[in-house]
Design a protein around this ligand. Structure first.
Ligand SMILES: NC(=O)C1=CN([C@@H]2O[C@H](COP(=O)(O)OP(=O)(O)OC[C@H]3O[C@@H](n4cnc5c(N)ncnc54)[C@H](OP(=O)(O)O)[C@@H]3O)[C@@H](O)[C@H]2O)C=CC1
Ligand SMILES: O=C1O[C@H](COP(=O)(O)O)[C@@H](O)[C@H](O)[C@H]1O
Length: 467
């Protein structure tokens, strides 16, 4: 069996570095609980962190975390989860910590190491694991961020590659675990109604909008050095662009899919700072952890172009921000205008078709067709909606999907280093020469300069909201 066979085998232990941290509290325990509930866990789980916790303390934290997300918990499911969990502690910088980890792993041969630790410790932990002789058949799931620009992303990769192979690294972008995201290529390629028109001949422009009504809240220390562009555009929203625009992979394996993703990202023209708008909501500078004179953007809007035969001339508009009017993530594909029609409608262009994929908070697809109702004077848009998950908890959460994929040995849900480099390359000019940040009022759609960006295409639409 070669190295690749070992690293794609089903995992026989999951070791979670950083189990006492915030991400574990808000996502990890809950996702593990839901996997346990669905019968999808079959290996021991070892949590590791600095604090010298007892198993009871671990159970207490797990219980609080799960109830905070789920409401009541099923005691039988919780007991099964805790039976498979243990805890080891120590400083990640010290070799003896990994001796403790090895002991807790028992005789497991195909470990999954999940690193939800501060980014400056990614390489330390991977090296510590390798130093204890535990890396040979291992896979490492690594949390974001992967650097803060192109150069630092490459430096991090070089450090990791000095101890482990790229095939062993699974980089988290939780959008790759969103159920709706993978539906986009499926919709495009599996429907003969859509596949032939999915190109510059029929599509006028694409809008990708991720608006959040909440603010930075208690995440000021994390957010202020990062900002909207690095927090969600260079990763999550770039993956949405990929899903909308990439060519179909030849095969269903990690490398074919990874190749298509990277090809598309490399075809995106580095974004021009003149087509980038930065905003900051009023009140952001009062958030704990935010500098009093911060110029970090809490809103970003930009236009990108893809230099390939399918997308030549089609702008992709991206908009995201905090403290906006509503929380909604969607992709809106706006088709070209139809010609004016002879049968009583000459001079009256019918409204343009749209296909909207809603990615959050729930998931659905909307097709807007021009329709001439008997009782209406002019054509109108008739909206055909399909809700695939009507409530946020109905489908698996992204972390359930990612953990399940990582435990099964698959890598398709994770980002490769080529992808990460290509994503940073798209926005590097914006990091080098950011335009000034513009204030906006909470509860609006952001600074008015963002409207000017898309003026020639009818402005930003009202997103598809509930009710
Ligand atoms: N929080 C979130 O919502 C999100 C976080 N992320 C990413 O996840 C990662 C973790 O974030 P988050 O959970 O917020 O971080 P926290 O600071 O809350 O948690 C860090 C964890 O690492 C442990 N740790 C830190 N230093 C050491 C050390 N020297 N030795 C042993 N253990 C150590 C801490 O242990 P102890 O508590 O015992 O000291 C704790 O368990 C980061 O990369 C972040 O970017 C990604 C998306 C969202
Ligand atoms: O990674 C992050 O994503 C969330 C948005 O995720 P979603 O699944 O709710 O769309 C964002 O709010 C956060 O700032 C960012 O760090």
């Amino acid at each position: 069996m070669g190295a690749t066979d070992h690293t794609t085998a089903r995992r026989d232990v999951m070791v979670i570095f950083g189990i006492t941290g915030d991400l574990a509290r808000v996502k990890t325990f809950h996702s593990l609980y839901r996997l346990e509930e669905r019968g999808l866990l079959d290996c021991p789980i070892v949590g590791v962190a600095f604090e010298d916790w007892t198993k009871d303390q671990l159970a207490q934290r797990a219980r609080e975390s799960i109830t905070a997300q789920e409401g009541d918990l099923d005691e039988a499911v919780f007991a099964r989860l805790m039976d498979r969990m243990s805890y080891a502690h120590g400083d990640f910088g010290k070799p003896e910590t990994y001796d403790g980890v090895k002991q807790a792993m028992g005789g497991a041969e195909h470990p999954l190491f999940y690193l939800e630790v501060p980014p400056n410790l990614f390489a330390t932990v991977v090296k510590g694991v390798a130093g204890a002789g535990l890396a040979t058949n291992a896979r490492f799931v690594i949390e974001k961020p992967f650097g803060h620009d192109l150069a630092s992303a490459k430096a991090l990769a070089a450090e990791l590659h000095s101890v482990v192979d790229e095939s062993q690294l699974l980089r988290v972008d939780h959008y790759l675990g969103k159920v709706g995201l993978e539906e986009i290529p499926f919709l495009r390629f599996a429907n003969t109604l859509l596949a032939p028109v999915w190109n510059r001949d029929y599509i006028d422009h694409v809008e990708i909008s991720m608006t959040e009504a909440f603010g930075v809240d208690d995440r000021g220390h994390f957010y202020d050095p990062v900002g909207a562009l690095r927090d969600v555009v260079v990763n999550h929203l770039m993956q949405v662009v990929v899903a909308v625009a990439m060519e179909a992979p030849d095969y269903g394996d990690r490398s074919s899919l990874g190749r298509r993703r990277t090809e598309l990202l490399r075809e995106i023209v580095p974004v021009d700072p003149a087509r980038y708008v930065r905003g900051q909501y009023r009140g952001y500078r009062d958030v704990d952890g935010v500098a009093a004179d911060s110029t970090t953007e809490t809103f970003a809007a930009l236009e990108l172009r893809i230099d390939n035969p399918r997308w030549e001339g089609v702008p992709f508009f991206i908009r995201t921000g905090k403290k906006l009017r509503a929380t909604e993530t969607e992709v809106r594909v706006v088709f070209r205008e139809a010609p004016s029609l002879g049968f009583g409608l000459r001079g009256e262009a019918p409204p343009t078709n749209e296909l909207v994929v809603r990615l959050g908070p729930t998931f659905g697809v909307r097709v807007a067709l021009a329709a001439q109702r008997v009782d209406a004077a002019t054509p109108e848009l008739a909206e055909l909606d399909v809700g695939f998950a009507a409530t946020p908890g109905e489908s698996p959460t992204p972390y359930e999907v990612l953990f399940e994929a990582a435990l099964a040995g698959g890598g398709m849900r994770f980002a490769s280093q080529d992808t990460i480099d290509a994503e940073w390359a798209v926005i590097q000019r914006l990091l080098d020469a950011p335009p000034p940040v513009q204030p906006y009022e909470p509860g609006t759609w952001g600074p008015s300069a963002a409207d000017a960006l898309i003026d020639g295409r009818g402005g930003w639409p009202e997103p598809w909201l509930d009710g």
